[in-house]
Ligand binder design. Structure first.
Ligand SMILES: *[C@@H]1O[C@H](CO)[C@@H](O)[C@H](O)[C@H]1NC(C)=O
Ligand SMILES: *[C@@H]1O[C@H](CO)[C@@H](O)[C@H](O)[C@H]1NC(C)=O
Ligand SMILES: *[C@@H]1O[C@H](CO)[C@@H](O)[C@H](O)[C@H]1NC(C)=O
Ligand SMILES: *[C@@H]1O[C@H](CO)[C@@H](O)[C@H](O)[C@H]1NC(C)=O
Ligand SMILES: *[C@@H]1O[C@H](CO)[C@@H](O)[C@H](O)[C@H]1NC(C)=O
Length: 531
């Protein structure tokens, strides 16, 4: 009996290889999966060149909306290499009972106000929308311009190509995000990523309804941000003073490109560790390391004992808060190496004077100064989990970014202490497994230990993190997509959306959809081909 089971297992799984794609892609399925959707078999055909959006004009931001419509019109029109214009009429679809006609417009209704053209996306924006395609036509409604953007993305995904024509099924969608902070971190220090790559990332983020670009802009290896106040930081600390830097105009371009897609840009200037590149131009900011009480020429984390360190940070961060309009700033605070501090006699004396018995206390002293600087600049902040774990006094508005293993229990502690939590522990895109590995990201559930509504509200969401050690401009996009799409669905869709086989067929389609839109996403599921 046992042998029989063993043999049949072998037969089914080892010898029964079928030709064709491993996963047959869905058609017109939405990623991330909407909160509620009904689909039926009746459908319209769409002729891109006679299709229009019917949008309100008397709103506070007509150009903002107009730009979005132009982007989505282009996406729809180019989702088919159309022979349709040449033979527009009289194809066999019209004989089908389910054929409802040609869809000529999507009617958009903005129920609320759009204050002005410069509207900025913020934490807790309302992104809700409803989208209906029925025998009366197609209708998108939202309270906000952000909901309109998300709904346009959904509408564009409902349209699929079938035998040289574009189709859309009738459907009713009520949709809203599970979490308000759905982020993607990109490290541009370990490898410089050109502006054009960042803009493509932002496009792909919009295709996945991610809404926060966490720009880990500097680190030990390079300082690519060209500061107005201290340009020498990048003149000396970037990999290249011209081709390896983000000029002010580049930063503006990235922020604006993100804004019109409903994406916030949160800069991170990590301190007091991960700052070696700052010390190329300004070695006095960093701690001198000693061997046997003799300075050995090496530099460690920032020097927490000198007032001049904080003056410098104050000047630089005053600039950063002015350049980046988001009300949040990620101030880092992770992985501070204490060895250099331990070796330095001035640091030891300073600790004695201040009655510090641990290096965590010294680190807290440093972070407390940085926090005070940001409070003074009226900026809110995110910090890596170490800052919380080490007991720095933080206002309840602080967002604690959990990244280490065992993150669920740390997150639980953060939230029990009344702070906001953000989760990344299981979403490190730098962690690779051969073959298809998005399902591990997909299965990770950040809310497992949270029970009450108050606790759940304090979990703002999470971020997929792309650390830059082993990716450059040639490899970063396929490394991120569609793996980060798994995180995007976890953060947008209902927590009960966990069916891997349902996700597989939609992700197969979604990766191909991204390819069609020019994003070099890698195949998620094995053998197959995009159409
Ligand atoms: C969409 O309509 C087509 C044509 O009637 C049908 O074959 C298909 O199953 C429908 N899709 C869904 C998801 O119901
Ligand atoms: C969005 O929709 C959900 C579900 O209906 C609702 O709970 C939430 O309050 C809505 N958000 C806003 C800002 O109206
Ligand atoms: C350190 O402790 C000593 C003795 O308890 C006390 O006199 C001194 O004021 C303390 N210094 C600081 C900076 O707290
Ligand atoms: C707070 O900001 C003011 C200027 O806005 C500055 O003069 C002062 O030094 C700052 N204080 C701290 C603690 O950074
Ligand atoms: C922060 O949250 C904790 C836990 O909910 C609460 O006890 C504390 O009073 C809050 N602090 C402030 C300043 O609101």
């Amino acid at each position: 009996m046992r042998l029989f089971i063993f043999l049949s297992f072998f037969f089914v799984y080892t010898f029964a290889i079928r030709p064709g794609p491993v996963i047959q892609a869905s058609k017109g399925a939405v990623w991330p999966k909407p909160q509620q959707q009904e689909v039926s078999e009746t459908y319209y055909l769409i002729r891109p060149h006679s299709f229009t959006f019917e949008a309100p004009v008397n709103i506070g931001c007509p150009s903002f909306l107009d730009d979005a419509l132009t982007r989505y019109w282009t996406i729809i029109a180019t989702s088919i290499t159309s022979k349709l214009e040449e033979t527009p009429e009289a194809n066999f679809w019209e004989l089908d009972d389910n054929f409802l006609g040609y869809l000529e417009t999507l009617t958009i209704t903005l129920l609320g106000e759009c204050p002005n053209e410069n509207i900025l996306p913020e934490l807790h924006d309302n992104e809700n929308y409803t989208l209906t395609v029925d025998s009366e036509g197609a209708f998108l409604e939202s309270e906000t311009i952000w909901g309109v953007l998300r709904g346009l993305e959904t509408f564009s995904q409902l349209i699929y190509a079938e035998q040289d024509t574009l189709m859309i099924n009738t459907t009713k969608i009520v949709d809203f995000p599970r979490f308000p902070h759905r982020g993607f971190l990109l490290d541009t220090s370990r490898h410089f990523e050109p502006v054009r790559i960042i803009l493509q990332m932002l496009d792909a983020m919009a295709y996945n309804k991610l809404n926060v670009f966490h720009w880990h802009i500097t680190d030990d290896h390079s300082f690519p941000y060209k500061s107005r106040t201290y340009h020498e930081l990048s003149d000396k600390g970037a990999y290249h003073p011209v081709s390896g830097v983000y000029e002010q105009s580049d930063v503006m371009k990235i922020i604006e490109y993100a804004r019109v897609r409903g994406i916030r840009v949160i800069p991170e200037f990590d301190t007091p560790g991960h700052t070696r590149s700052w010390g190329v131009a300004h070695p006095e900011l960093l701690t001198s390391c000693f061997t046997d009480n003799v300075a050995n020429g090496e530099l460690g984390p920032m020097d927490p004992t000198k007032d001049t360190t904080y003056d410098f940070i104050n000047n630089l961060f005053t600039e950063i808060v002015d350049v980046f309009p988001d009300s949040y700033f990620h101030i880092g605070g992770d992985e501070v190496e204490f060895d250099c501090w331990k070796s330095n006699p001035d640091v030891s004396n300073f600790m004695k004077q201040n009655n510090f018995s641990t290096y965590e206390q010294l680190e807290s002293y440093f972070i407390q100064h940085v926090v005070d600087i940001l409070d003074n600049l009226s900026s809110k902040y995110l910090v890596w989990e170490e800052v919380f774990v080490n007991g720095v006094e933080l206002p309840n508005s602080t967002v604690v970014h959990v990244w280490k293993d065992n993150g669920l229990s740390t997150l639980n502690n953060v939230i029990k202490a009344g702070k906001y939590g953000l989760y990344s522990s299981c979403w490190y895109l730098s962690v690779l497994h051969s073959g298809s590995d998005w399902d591990a990201f997909y299965k990770c559930e950040p809310g497992l230990l949270l029970h009450t509504e108050e606790e759940k509200k304090l979990l703002l969401g999470g971020e997929a993190c792309m650390w830059g050690e082993y990716v450059n401009e040639f490899s970063v996009i396929p490394r991120v997509w569609p793996r980060a799409s798994a995180v995007a669905e976890r953060l947008w869709s209902d927590e009960n959306v966990v069916d891997i086989s349902d996700a597989q067929i939609r992700l197969e389609e979604h990766a191909c959809r991204m390819n069609k839109r020019g994003i070099a996403a890698q195949p998620p599921n094995g053998p197959g081909m995009c159409f």
